[in-house]
Every structure is written in C-alpha cells, then in structure tokens.
Ligand binder design. Structure first.
Ligand code: TTP
Length: 398
C-alpha cells in the first residue's frame, strides 16, 4: 500500500530543539523520530513511501533518499504548514488507489499498522486517560466509526485518533475542507467526510506515543532504548563499568572510571569520561562529550552537545552543540514534589513528570556554576552568567 508520511510540520511545541533540526529528525534512540513510524510501516507492508516535507525538508530527504529498506521513496513539498489535510493535498498527484497516511511524529507498533493496512478504510485509535487533547473517535457495532470530534470538552469515548489512516482512492477528492477553529485544514474533517461515504473501521493499537512536546521526546527515548540489545563496538577502558543494555557505537570512547547503567546509547564520535556516571535512559548523541565528574541521568543529548566538567544533568534535553559550563547543575525535582510544568508555545503545561529537568536550546552556553530549575527552557544560543541561578525561561523573545 502506498503510505504517506506527514513530515512537514514546524514542530513549534518542540522549540527550541526544532530550531536546529525538524521534529521528524529529532533523535529517538538510534534513529530519527519519523524513522520509527516508517520502519513500522515497512514491516507492515508499505509498498511505496511518499513523504510530505516542508520545514527542514532537506534533512528528511538526505536520510531516506529515494529507496529506503528496499521500498521506493518519493517526496511532495508543502510550502506553507497549513494543516494535515493541506499536507496530504501536496501529495495527491502521487497517489493512486487506496492509500495509507501516517503522522511522522508518532511511535506505532508494526503489528497494529499491519492490521490497519488490512482493514480497508480505517483509522488507528488508542485508548488514552484524557482524550480532550485529541480527536476522539466513537464507534458502533464493535469497530465501525460513527463520529470523530476534535478536542471535545466532554469526550464521548476515550478512543484517541492516533494519526494513522487508510483512505479509499476517492478521498483524494475530499481534501478541500474548511479551515478548523484553529485555522488549519485538518485530516479529521476528511475522515468525517469518509465516514459519511463509506464504512470506516477503528483499529485499536496496543501502544501509541504521540511526540509533540519535549517531555514526550524523553518518553519516546525511554521506550525505544528499552528495545536495544547490548552492543559494545567502541573503545572502552578496562576499568569502565557498563551494566545492562548499553550500546557503545563504533567510533565512541568510554574512558577510565566511567560507570554506565543501561539502557543507554553512546553514539559514534561521542566520548564519556574519565570518571563520569551515566544512567537511566540516556542518549549521548553523535560527537557529544561528557567529561570528568559529570552525572547524566535519563537525558537526551543531541549531536555535538557537551557537559565537560563536574555537573549533574537529570531528565533533560540538551540541544545540538549546547555546552554546559563547569559545575552547571540541573535540578529535576521540586521541593514540593509537584509535577513539573513547562511553558510551551506561551502556555504553561504539565509535563506529567515529577522528575523533569531543563530543555537547553541548540548552541546555548551556560556559565560556570549555573543552576537551572526544573522545567526551565534555555532558548537557542542563550547564555547564562557564571554562578547564575536560572529559574525562568530564557528565550530570545522573552
Ligand atoms: P502537529 O504535531 O499537529 O504539528 P507540528 O508537527 O507542526 O507541531 P506543532 O503543533 O508543535 O507546531 O502535526 C501532526 C503531524 O502532521 C506531524 O507529523 C507533522 C504533520 N504536519 C504536516 O506535515 N503539515 C502541517 O501543516 C502540519 C500542521 C502538520
């Protein structure tokens, strides 16, 4: 089945991380985020991949090329990010027959996508605690979809639209929908039209993770690092201790006195130590450096980031090329133990986590002995003074 991957979004909620790399290419374990959806689609039997690209298009093209895992790849460009139905419109000329559409920013199980692909017109659903932030699907007679409503205050079910669909060929002429309340042209309205025209099956996924916010990028890495098998291909000092499922890629170095407790991934060109402690679900990205006396826990370091001396970094996201000066400490737990909040697109949001550190933008640099409070965001290229205590976000626009 031809499978369209929607990968053109701006990823505004993921800023500042997406200022250096588009959301679909943010790292999740050993691959970009959208490669996980694509791999699941290939395993489920996708016969051709059609990417809709826009923001950061070149990096997506470079990674997937014109053949990916033996499957032909083509690209459509969405010039302005005006919504998911608008994104699909960009690809319409490339489609023939029944086709599938997937969000490029979700983790899907391959078995669930296989059932979706075999179900004719269908929509993937997942049961969620709080459906009010999602499209909510109602069904009758078991699995026949009767209604889909976007972000209702009073959700009729707990079945969320998981952003994976199979559309009949005729849906190609139903993409011209009205703008929604938030001013976007949305695929949910195309689904609503499809329900009126034909039977649409709800295919329940056993697992689904929508990765829209920084803390969901942590969750995605936690989930996918758990699936990696231990592999030590890099250079590891004799007295370093690697416990559990640790991957040290070829070209990575782990120096004397380092302790790494898996799951953890040290990518090529990265160096850890001497005398560092890495634990929890941590990704040390390509070319990153963790130096002497540094503890890094449950953190994703994007390529070329560095924490060179005497620091603690917990439950954090460290952007491309960011550098935490000697002695920088990131707090990841409030004194009152409350769930940590973060400001996302100017709105205070709960991260749902008691342990959550900082989001450090690409190119940011902290002065020596900087302290950063839980949930703080440092914007791209932000600077802090030596000894500074940073309790509020530091973004170029604030
Ligand atoms: P969203 O997560 O709704 O949008 P986004 O990725 O731009 O992120 P944000 O809301 O933080 O700005 O998008 C869902 C999927 O659809 C995602 O895979 C990106 C894709 N998409 C497009 O391809 N084009 C678009 O115009 C939009 C809005 C989304």
């Amino acid at each position: 089945m031809q499978t369209v991957i929607l990968a053109a979004g701006k990823g505004t909620r993921m800023r500042p991380l997406t200022e250096a790399v588009p959301k679909p290419m943010l790292p999740v374990a050993d691959r970009p985020l959208c490669a996980h959806a694509v791999d699941a689609a290939v395993e489920a039997g996708a016969s051709e991949l059609v990417f809709v690209v826009g923001y950061g298009a070149d990096t997506v093209r470079e990674y997937f090329g014109d053949q990916y895992r033996g499957v032909e790849v083509s690209y459509a460009v969405q010039t302005e990010q005006r919504g998911t139905a608008d994104a699909l419109s960009a690809a319409v000329e490339l489609l023939s027959g029944e086709f599938a559409v997937l969000n490029g920013d979700s983790l899907y199980p391959a078995a669930g996508l296989r059932r979706l692909f075999e179900s004719g017109p269908a929509i993937a659903t997942a049961t969620v605690e709080d459906p009010t932030a999602y499209g909510v699907v109602s069904t009758a007679a078991g699995d026949r979809v009767t209604e889909i409503v976007e972000k209702p205050d009073d959700p009729p079910t707990r079945l969320a639209n998981a952003g994976a669909y199979v559309f009949p060929a005729s849906a190609r002429s139903w993409l011209d929908v009205d703008a929604s309340e938030r001013g976007e042209f949305e695929l949910t309205d195309v689904v609503a039209h499809t329900i009126e025209e034909t039977a649409v099956t709800a295919v329940q996924l056993s697992r689904w993770l929508d990765v829209g916010h920084p803390w969901e990028l942590l969750a995605a890495n936690e989930q996918e690092l758990d699936t990696l098998d231990r592999r030590i291909a890099g250079t590891v000092a004799d007295d370093a201790t690697l416990e559990g499922s640790v991957v040290v890629e070829q070209g990575a170095t782990v120096e004397s006195g380092v302790v790494i407790e898996g799951p953890a991934l040290v990518r090529k060109g990265a160096s850890v130590g001497p005398n560092a402690y890495v634990r929890g679900a941590t990704v040390v990205g390509e070319g990153c450096h963790i130096g002497h006396g540094v503890e890094v826990k449950n953190t994703v370091m994007l390529p070329e980031a560095a924490v060179p001396h005497l620091s603690y970094v917990g439950d954090s996201l460290i952007g491309h090329g960011a550098n935490l000066g000697a002695g920088t400490q990131v707090a990841n737990l409030r004194h009152d133990g409350a769930t940590v909040k973060q400001t996302v697109a100017e709105t205070r949001r709960s991260t749902g986590r008691r342990k959550y550190g900082a989001v450090v933008g690409p190119g940011a640099k902290t002065g020596v002995n900087t302290s950063i409070a839980p949930g703080v965001v440092l914007g791209a290229d932000a600077r802090t003074d030596p000894g500074e205590s940073v309790c509020r976000d530091r973004r170029p626009d604030t």
